[in-house]
Design a protein around this ligand. Structure first.
Ligand SMILES: Cc1cc2nc3c(=O)[nH]c(=O)nc-3n(C[C@H](O)[C@H](O)[C@H](O)COP(=O)(O)O)c2cc1C
Length: 368
């Protein structure tokens, strides 16, 4: 099915996404909240948090690591053991009981990891350290030089993504989102600054997109392409990324994946005026999820509604919001009615702690 830009899209109308029909076009973006156990097992508190947000059209659950070496930060979730599957099953059951649907984001951190967190030396396309400190159980410490991935590492990582996707489906997720954004392992392969390989996975654009294509295809072969989304962040320099040739990487990546029947492509910091975004809309025949550029320091009073409408008019099919859902368990109700939104109370608590700053954001009273 080809989606063409139309300005008549309404945020609150149903939309198809893979095998699902979402009740409206607003989905919750993946948000790492570091509330899992040290072993990466989701907790009952996480089930409460996600169930509170079940009115999202789809919840794309936070980054979950497909193997031990892919762990980025302390207390992030994982999806490579029976305990992880059981923990996530508790979460998906709680969300389903409230009428919601979930995908799980699968993320390998690559060089964004540390032996003090995972117990292992991180791996990456090339032995180039993250040019900044990294959060560990003992606080922020200098990053280490990652080990360059061998051909065997590449093959086993591709296989780990596929089995993580199978685990996610076993845990009750409707599908998975492959994380190729924000400077993590897949993005490190795409970008010139982090990929200095001279084999079939480095050098030309065709070589640098190969790993992302292989991972996505392996995951699609495992659980069906209609259950697989892909997240990208063209031009994003987070985690020390220098892409070099953004205008060439993404068209090449999309050309390789456009005909595969994936559930969606998800673009971070989507700007309707941006030429790369417009090119992606033209090149991507399927469902396009756009995560707008909201101010860094505050959630707009309308929760991001105006930005969402602009992106829909520019051809996006679905809108992903992060912090608005973090601070507003009933964001959909607030946006439908134009009610004021809660702001994030304490940015520190986004990545640390228990209930405070997590499950204690108030919903509107019944009468409001
Ligand atoms: C606390 C927090 C955690 C995040 N964790 C993830 C993550 O696990 N995976 C990911 O792809 N992006 C992650 N992001 C980025 C968000 O998905 C989103 O792209 C970003 O917050 C911008 O959207 P917003 O302005 O609606 O919040 C995170 C952002 C925040 C604030």
């Amino acid at each position: 099915m080809t989606n063409t830009a139309t300005s008549s899209r309404n945020l609150f109308e149903p939309v198809a996404l893979g095998p699902l029909t979402l009740p409206h076009r607003l989905v919750m973006a993946p948000l790492t909240r570091n509330r899992a156990t040290a072993e990466g097992v989701p907790t009952p508190l996480m089930a409460t948090y996600y169930a509170q947000r079940a009115s999202a059209g789809l919840i794309i659950a936070e980054a979950s690591t497909p193997n031990a070496v892919g762990q980025t930060y302390p207390n992030i979730t994982a999806i490579h053991s029976p305990a992880h599957v059981a923990g996530w099953r508790m979460v998906t059951d709680a969300v389903r009981a409230e009428g919601g649907r979930m995908f799980l984001q699968i993320q390998h951190g690559g060089r964004a990891g540390h032996p003090d967190t995972s117990g292992l030396t991180p791996v990456a396309p090339s032995p180039i350290a993250l040019p900044e400190t990294i959060h560990t159980p003992a606080g922020r410490v200098p990053s280490v030089v990652p080990r360059e991935m061998t051909a065997e590492d590449i093959a086993s990582t591709v296989a780990d993504f596929a089995s993580a996707a199978r685990n996610a489906v076993d845990a009750g997720f409707e599908g998975v989102e492959v994380h190729s954004a924000n400077g993590h392992l897949l993005h490190q392969f795409l970008a010139q600054g982090t990929n200095r390989r001279t084999d079939a996975y480095g050098g030309s654009v065709a070589h640098r997109v190969r790993f992302v294509v292989e991972v996505t295809e392996a995951v699609a072969a495992e659980i069906g392409p209609e259950r697989v989304g892909l997240r990208v962040s063209p031009g994003n320099t987070v985690n020390g990324i220098e892409e070099g040739d953004t205008e060439e990487i993404y068209p090449a990546l999309l050309a390789a994946l456009a005909g595969r029947g994936l559930a969606y492509l998800h673009v971070v910091h989507a700007d309707p005026e941006d030429a790369v975004f417009q090119r992606i809309r033209k090149d991507w025949p399927g469902t396009l999820v756009a995560n707008p550029v909201l101010p860094a320091d505050r959630i707009p009073d309308d929760g991001g509604h105006a930005q969402a409408d602009r992106l829909l008019a520019a051809g996006a099919d679905v809108i992903a919001l992060g912090r608005p859902f973090l601070a507003n368990p009933d964001l959909i109700r607030r946006m439908r009615t134009g009610a004021a939104v809660n702001q994030v109370r304490d940015a520190y608590l986004m990545y640390v702690g228990g209930e405070t700053g997590y499950t204690d954001y108030p919903a509107l009273d019944a009468g409001e």
